[in-house]
Design a protein around this ligand. Structure first.
Ligand SMILES: Cc1cc2nc3c(=O)[nH]c(=O)nc-3n(C[C@H](O)[C@H](O)[C@H](O)COP(=O)(O)OP(=O)(O)OC[C@H]3O[C@@H](n4cnc5c(N)ncnc54)[C@H](O)[C@@H]3O)c2cc1C
Length: 447
């Protein structure tokens, strides 16, 4: 291999790749970032097509206590709004619960349902801890309901809540999610969102880096001399090491080939973990017609796909509602044209708020599963996987290591997990631990 193009090639300019590249460059390495799309940020993507910034990918910092994104927000000058309910909590910002008929639950009925959720959660922790593998989250919920002796509508409401929790937080049907798949969902501290969008992190992290957009990587070949990365246009780049941060769905589809193949523990984990789907439907209305609650939830069969609406006016002041849809519902909606999705969403809102709900003036709808550079929304612990698989996926194979949310066992499927996985990859290559605050240090990168 002739002279190398860089010390390190980073594949992917999402938060993990940008954090890795920034840490490496600040540590003195020469770094080239190869990104398939014509934009940076990956699954953090702030878009203003409906006239106000909305986050098409990640929205929340899931728990600010001890979270590196929280201190980086201050360092980067990123404004936040507290919006504690993104982890499907029932005790954060106010939620309007609507029963199966569409009518809003009375305060007593809502309080009784929330008390039931607390009771189940308290029992669930023990059941999950003692569940013999392989056990699904659905089976753990059933065990709890049996032990409580609950049946009929009371049990049905709990089962459907658990299903929505699994579909939203993991993008996965509750029947294939491992019982431990939501272990890490305890959120320390408030949750916050960004009026100016999550994209501000990617912009700050990318400052001064050598990022080559529209560079679709197809192959990674390592030898004793280094690594050769092949692009879809036939060109190649060489480096001493490579950090590959493409999403798990892209890896599982075989869109990037590795020669020699990745080591067995990495390949095994890749095959066992799941890639979930979670999409967003933003509807911009002429005015706010809904009440003072921050979230609106529909119970029963009417809420199978349209169960949660988030009031975005709390974030930007503009009358926008966001329906968040995961799992099978998201996969089904991805097959429909925008107009049909909007019609379904409007019907769901009219069931709760009556026929006077106006048609939206604008819409923005995501299709993360259909996106060839995501092939899903985030990774999850499939029942066939082990709780070690996320971290195994990040084990180096010679000069190649994977990073990204799917490789971070403590908090997969999050932006902070992605960031920390990128720092772990950089730390290994630099030979010393890189702390997150390094990323906001004044620098002369690119000068
Ligand atoms: C709808 C949705 C909502 C979410 N909500 C939250 C939330 O509220 N809070 C939270 O913490 N997390 C949330 N997440 C998860 C979070 O967005 C991700 O965990 C995180 O952004 C992943 O970062 P990453 O760097 O690992 O991957 P990515 O951001 O996906 O970066 C990978 C990069 O690789 C590029 N790439 C792919 N294939 C190739 C190729 N062949 N060649 C070159 N480049 C390639 C991609 O274009 C991309 O830029 C959400 C995700 C989605 C989709």
């Amino acid at each position: 291999m002739a002279e190398l193009d860089a010390d390190v090639i980073v594949v992917g300019a999402g938060v993990s790749g940008l954090a890795a590249a920034r840490a490496l460059a600040l540590g003195g390495a020469s770094v080239v970032v190869l990104e398939a799309r014509d934009r940076i940020g990956g699954r953090t993507w702030t878009d203003s097509a409906i006239g106000v910034p909305v986050d098409l990918g990640a929205s929340w910092i899931h728990g600010i206590d001890g979270n590196p994104l929280w201190s980086l927000a201050a360092a980067f000058g990123i404004d936040t709004v507290e919006f504690t309910v993104g982890s499907f909590q029932f005790d954060g910002r106010p939620i309007a619960w609507h029963g199966p008929s569409g009518a809003r639950l009375s305060p007593d009925a809502a309080a009784s349902f929330v008390a039931d959720l607390h009771t189940v959660d308290a029992a669930l922790a023990h059941v999950v801890a003692s569940a013999p593998p392989p056990s699904t989250y659905a089976a753990a919920i059933d065990t709890v309901l049996r032990s409580l002796g609950w049946a009929g509508d009371r049990a049905a409401r709990i089962r459907e809540y658990a299903a929505h929790r699994s579909e939203d937080l993991c993008g996965a049907p509750v029947t294939v999610l491992d019982a431990h798949g939501l272990d890490e969902e305890h959120v320390p501290g408030d949750e916050v969102v960004f009026p100016g969008g999550y994209g501000q992190y990617a912009a700050a992290l990318a400052d001064g880096l050598d990022i080559r957009l529209s560079s679709v990587v197809r192959s990674v070949t390592q030898s004793e001399a280094g690594v050769e990365v092949g692009l879809a246009d036939g060109s190649t780049h060489t480096a001493g090491n490579v950090v590959v941060t493409v999403p798990l769905g892209v890896l599982q589809a075989g869109d990037v080939t590795f020669t020699p193949p990745l080591d067995a523990p990495v390949a095994g984990a890749m095959g066992r973990l799941g890639m979930g789907v979670y999409d967003k439907v933003f509807l911009r209305f002429p005015d706010r017609f809904w009440g003072d609650d921050w979230v609106i939830r529909q119970q029963g069969s009417a809420g199978v796909d349209w169960h949660s609406w988030y009031d975005m006016s709390r974030v930007t002041g503009e009358p926008v509602l966001a329906a968040l849809v995961g799992g099978a519902g998201a996969r089904r909606l991805e097959t429909l044209p925008d107009a049909m999705v909007v019609d379904e969403g409007l019907a769901a809102l009219r069931r709760m708020f009556g026929p006077t709900v106006p048609a939206p003036e604008g819409c923005r709808i995501t299709r993360w599963a259909a996106d060839p550079f995501a092939r899903g929304s985030y990774s999850y612990l499939h029942v066939r996987a082990s709780t070690h698989d996320h971290d195994l996926l990040g084990t180096p194979s010679g000069r190649v290591q994977l990073a990204g949310e799917a490789t971070w066992g403590d908090d997969p499927a999050t932006v902070h997990g992605a960031l920390l996985s990128g720092l772990r990859a950089a730390s290994r290559l630099l030979g010393h631990e890189v702390q997150p605050d390094v990323l906001s240090a004044p620098s002369t990168l690119g000068a």
